[in-house]
Ligand binder design. Structure first.
Ligand code: URA
Length: 442
């Protein structure tokens, strides 16, 4: 069979369905260098505009998955979680040690920040010495011994996704349901887990802005997971305001340690327990999700989860003294409190802009390879619907001395545009956990 990049692009441009062979040929040729970036970009735009059906989506996932190494643990207790990304989204640091303390084996291959959303790997690197680049053999060994290991994307896993993701980022083709499905699932399937817990975020701080699109993405991901023999539990959760209170790399870890110590209960701990409970359930350790949540809660309150986190830090070369001494992590020296100009109720928070403010401060990247400032960030301990009085602190910025004028501008923007204050209590806002669904492959 003979085909060409030109013919395949033309076919999708004209709204036709691609064959499995054509998709595989295109992806293999991209990785080998025969298909050029500009041809892949053209195909991405054609897919963005004309979509892919379920068979094409599965074929794309398969081709991307098999573009590199695949692991296989053959163990029903090996479960991972993936989030579509958000602002202040740091559930992994809470749910992973909780699930591991309950007997789940959690092989986390996590990502770096993307656009306005932060990345798990960037955050954990705020702990001095923590090593996220571990070879496959010690990755498996640590998973066996500890039940918990956290690494970054390796060069060998789904290399096609790395090329395609970079192109999507600069060709305005990120927000495509089949492309997101294939991107996420190719990486998750390559990890060799028996089940996946998905946290699909919807709202102003998420890639899927509406619930309708979130549901479509959930369906597409669930279908792909079961087609490849994986069980999947999906939670659609709200991302119309930051999750938790701390945003920025070191600050987010501090909030997680405080939750694991039992000092804070908030939306972040609630969602983390929901997700950890789903991992326990998918691993077959509990009979129901509700029971899984109870087990997760006990692992948290008994301190076992915190102990697991500590063991993981030690096993990956990090300084575990950080748990009792947050000063070991970089934290910006200057603080700027923004106070409310009027009394009233918080009606909205522009969550995407909050994420971009962290990037403005240097806590996220504008370009691949940018060096991060782990110490900058924000604490926002107000939520939509909260009553505030004129003069109340609505956000505290953490910044460096040379950022005075930048922070002045951000503070002004925050008080006038990012948080909106109205006179009446807003109608009941969307719940944090909007929907849950599960699909078993057998
Ligand atoms: N996360 C991914 O890994 N890929 C996407 O396309 C979106 C979120």
């Amino acid at each position: 069979m003979k085909t060409s990049a030109y013919e395949i692009i033309k076919k999708k441009r004209d709204g036709q369905t691609l064959t499995e062979y054509e998709i595989k040929w295109f992806i293999d040729s991209l990785v080998s260098g025969e298909v050029k970036d500009y041809q892949m970009s053209a195909l991405l735009m054609a897919i963005f505009l004309n979509g892919l059906d379920v068979f094409e989506t599965a074929a794309l996932t398969d081709a991307m998955l098999n573009s590199g190494t695949t692991l296989n643990f053959n163990d029903e207790k090996v479960i991972d979680k993936h989030s579509t990304g958000g602002v202040g989204d740091k559930t992994s640091f809470i749910l992973a040690p909780i699930a591991a303390a309950c007997g789940v084996k959690v092989p986390m291959i996590a990502g770096r920040g993307l656009g306005h959303t932060g990345g798990t790997v960037d955050k954990i690197e705020a702990i001095p010495g923590f090593n996220v680049s571990i070879d496959t053999n010690s990755f498996k060994k640590k998973l066996d011994e500890l039940g918990l290991v956290l690494i970054g994307q390796t060069k060998d896993i789904a290399p096609a996704d790395r090329i395609i993701y970079g192109l999507r980022d600069v060709t305005a083709t990120v927000e495509s349901i089949p492309l997101i499905t294939a991107s996420i699932m190719s990486k998750k399937l390559a990890e060799g887990t028996s089940g996946i817990v998905m946290d699909i975020k919807v709202g102003s701080g998420a890639f899927m802005k509406t619930l309708a699109d979130g549901r479509k993405l959930a369906k597409s991901i669930q279908n792909t997971a079961t087609r490849f023999g994986r069980n999947i539990f999906t939670i659609i959760s709200d991302m119309s305001q930051p999750l938790g209170t701390h945003i920025g790399n070191s600050l987010e870890l501090i909030e997680c340690f405080e939750i694991l110590k039992g000092n804070i209960e908030n939306d972040l701990s609630e969602l983390s327990l929901e997700l950890a409970g789903a991992m326990v359930y998918l691993a077959g350790i509990s009979k129901t999700h509700a029971k899984g949540k109870q087990m997760a809660k006990s692992a948290l309150t008994s301190g076992k989860a915190l102990e697991k986190f500590k063991e993981m830090i030690i096993s990956q070369g990090g300084d575990s003294a950080v748990i009792d001494n947050y000063d070991i992590m970089p934290l910006a020296k200057c603080r700027y409190d923004v106070v409310a100009k009027n009394s009233g109720f918080i009606t909205t928070i522009d969550c995407e802009r909050v994420g971009m403010m962290i990037v403005d401060l240097g806590g996220g990247r504008r370009n691949v390879g940018d060096k991060l400032d782990y110490g900058v960030g924000m604490i926002i301990d107000k939520k939509v619907g909260d009553k505030i009085k004129k003069g109340d602190v609505i956000v505290t910025f953490f910044y460096n001395q040379n950022q005075e004028s930048l922070v002045g501008a951000l503070a002004d923007e925050f008080g006038t545009k990012v948080i909106k204050v109205g006179q009446g209590k807003p109608k009941q806002s969307r719940p944090l956990i909007i929907e849950t669904m599960e699909k078993w492959s057998k």
